[in-house]
Design a protein around this ligand. Structure first.
Ligand SMILES: C[S@@+](CC[C@H](N)C(=O)[O-])C[C@H]1O[C@@H](n2cnc3c(N)ncnc32)[C@H](O)[C@@H]1O
Length: 270
């Protein structure tokens, strides 16, 4: 657990609060306040910033702006013009998600971990508590720059600039963690990255996926096909759960997001 005394239920955070919901307040658990302070402070954004975020997070705006490969990169780069665009450091919703993610990883310590789509490294700081070494990667140059600044001089973190649609991180990891990433890919890109991602997990290692359900589970069509931008937590997580070499350790479907922990089977001996 990240902290104690946090009593909100999963239904307490409404969809629009994802973008414009309450910030962490001084009365929140110490671990969360510490994180918020490290990432820029509590209660920072104003009305204009909240409005900009709301527009940029609208499902249709997102679909339009990420409809082509180059566009999705430009979209993220533009989002990072404002530091911490998803308010990961300060929003109550996001901290509940972080807490649920860390709970999912509880009970195991990892050697080498990979975080895909690490952004500015806000969740990376939590992963470090559970892992000896974290490779955190993202394709946004602004995000990578801020993450590198955040971890300058911190042993055990390596921040890399990499687009997983076009390159592999290299090597195998005891934990691959991937949250809120795949919605921004076409179905074809997703299938390609998913097939490669399974191979990034070392035998006996874990793959942890976290994706929001409230907006994205609207699509795609029942036959699994759909237009660009119609990826959903259901499609994403079900795809990985069907991989023969992975066993499902936990699959939590909360009202706002789904968290799945899969373990790659050990290679057969002899
Ligand atoms: C919605 S943010 C999620 C950030 C963080 N993982 C979280 O859970 O809050 C998606 C992140 O993935 C990164 N990203 C998106 N597509 C990517 C790709 N193809 N390769 C690497 N990073 C990517 C974006 O730059 C952004 O930082």
């Amino acid at each position: 657990m990240l902290g104690t005394g946090h009593q909100l239920g999963d239904d307490d955070v409404m969809d629009d609060e994802r973008v414009a919901g309450p910030d962490l307040q001084a009365g929140e658990p110490a671990a969360l306040r510490h994180l918020a302070a490290a990432a820029g402070g509590i209660g920072r954004p104003g009305v204009a910033a909240a409005l900009r975020r709301w527009v940029a997070d609208d499902t249709w705006v997102k679909r339009l702006l990420t409809a082509r490969r180059w566009m999705s990169r430009a979209y993220f780069e533009a989002r990072y013009f404002i530091p911490d665009p998803w308010r990961l450091a300060t929003s109550l919703y996001e901290h509940r998600r972080f807490q649920a993610s860390m709970d999912m990883l509880a009970g195991r310590r990892y050697g080498r971990a990979l975080e895909v789509g690490c952004g500015e490294g806000i969740f990376t700081a939590l992963l470090l508590d559970r892992c000896d070494h974290v490779v955190a990667l993202d394709f946004s140059r602004l995000a990578v720059r801020r993450a590198r600044r955040r971890f300058a001089g911190t042993p055990g973190v390596e921040v890399r600039s990499l687009d997983v649609r076009v390159a592999d991180p290299g090597g195998a990891f005891d934990l691959v963690f991937c949250a809120e990433l795949f919605y921004y890919m076409s179905r074809r890109e997703f299938e390609d990255v998913a097939a490669r991602m399974v191979r990034w997990v070392a035998p006996g290692g874990d793959l942890c996926l976290v994706h929001g359900t409230s907006v994205h589970d609207a699509g795609p069509r029942a036959d699994g096909t759909g237009a660009i931008g119609e990826m959903s937590a259901r499609v994403i997580h079900d795809r990985f759960c069907r991989v023969p070499g992975l066993s499902v350790i936990h699959d939590r479907r909360l009202p706002r997001y789904r968290l799945t922990l899969l373990r790659r089977l050990e290679a057969p001996r002899g």
